[in-house]
Design a protein. Structure first.
Length: 102
């Protein structure tokens, strides 16, 4: 992978080394800053632009995530639909073309 010199040239999964706060530990450290993707933004005046989303991960932050991954159950236990609805402050319903609802 090539080190990105300018944000304007960045592609998804490009990275660079910076001194910045780690997204996992919140501490300033030497981090690998990874371009995770892009986000479409609409300004108050109606103009649209695209912003880049970067994640900053220190060696300690990466180690924390690796330990969490190694300790996690597999396959990942996903909540049941009823639990998802009950555990949120929002209520939702899906309406299907055949007029049924979930």
């Amino acid at each position: 992978m090539e080190l990105v010199q300018e944000q304007g040239d960045a592609q998804k999964h490009d990275f660079r080394i910076l001194l910045a706060p780690c997204n996992v530990t919140d501490e300033y450290a030497q981090v690998i800053s990874v371009m995770l993707g892009t986000l479409d933004v609409e300004e108050p005046d109606g103009t649209k632009s695209q912003g880049q989303v970067w994640g900053n991960f220190s060696a300690e932050g990466l180690a924390i995530m690796q330990r969490a991954l190694a300790a996690s159950a597999f396959p990942v236990a996903l909540p049941e639909p009823e639990g998802t609805r009950a555990d949120t402050k929002y209520h939702w319903v899906a309406h299907f073309k055949d007029s049924s609802a979930l």
